[in-house]
Design a protein around this ligand. Structure first.
Ligand code: 0L1
Length: 254
């Protein structure tokens, strides 16, 4: 475990990278950080966002696909926090100059209808979800050349940067729906099955991670379940995520 001073210093480094849109080398280059340290750095980073008057409005999961887990050599998902400053309206413009090297991922979002108590073994997280929607997540790693370790990316709030959610609709089984991510001339096609086999499983994985790392889950929060395709670079123009039977959401890079 690293010291509290070191946690604060590393959070400050990542916070400055985000504020100045200036990438930074991997923390692991000169520090030994374990997963608990990394979540402590993420907490300190979120405290800085709150000091900037941002409110936490949700959580996101990362490394929910087998391919990404294998690439990082891990078997656990990662959790990051979403704030109100990250929210982009469906169809709204997004200013590309606020990012370092943004990428976009098509996702499924869930909405929590009640506070979730991860420490209570009787908690049924699926019964605390009242709606789902297509979503886009913009990830913007603060690390130079996207070179990071598993602990690095957790410390960096799992690259969370911005997100948009389409129209909410009642919860249904979305375990194997076609997903299309359209950006410029590029179209990536995937399936919701890439998200832990079924996005609903992401909710259970989230509960376990929140239990382990003391992350609260509150009524009204959004849960981004994970990417259904590889990430695509976010460039100028319209980006759309369409999930079969659920609808679509878009943003416009400028
Ligand atoms: O997939 C995710 O959202 C997890 C973090 C991605 C790390 C990155 O490529 O920046």
């Amino acid at each position: 475990m690293i010291t509290t001073e070191k946690i604060e210093a590393l959070a400050e480094r990542l916070h400055a990278a985000e504020e100045n849109r200036q990438d930074t080398p991997s923390l692991a280059d000169d520090h030994e950080i374990n997963v608990a340290d990394a979540y402590a750095i993420q907490d300190a980073l979120i405290a800085r966002r709150k000091a900037r008057e941002e409110a936490v409005v949700g959580v996101k999961l990362g490394f929910t696909s087998k391919a990404k887990m294998a690439q990082m050599g891990v078997s656990d998902v990662i959790v990051g926090r979403l704030t109100d400053a990250m929210r982009i309206g469906d169809g709204a413009d997004v200013d590309l100059s606020r990012f370092i090297h943004p990428k976009v991922e098509p996702e499924v979002a869930y909405r929590l209808s009640c506070d979730v108590h991860p420490d209570d073994p009787t908690t049924n997280i699926e019964s605390c979800v009242d709606a789902l929607a297509p979503a886009l997540e913009i990830i913007d790693s603060r690390y130079r050349d996207f070179r990071f370790t598993y602990a690095d990316v957790i410390a960096d709030n799992t690259s969370a940067s911005a997100y948009a959610v389409g129209p909410w609709r009642p919860v249904e089984d979305v375990s194997n729906r076609a997903v299309r991510l359209r950006t410029g001339d590029t179209e990536l096609v995937g399936s919701t099955a890439a998200i832990l086999g079924n996005p609903a499983r992401a909710l259970h994985a989230l509960l376990g991670m929140c239990r382990r790392y003391g992350i609260p889950l509150r009524a009204g929060q959004v849960v981004l379940a994970g990417a259904a395709t590889a990430a695509a670079p976010l460039t100028a123009g319209v980006v759309e995520c369409r999930v079969a039977g659920i609808g679509s959401v878009s943003v416009k890079g400028r």
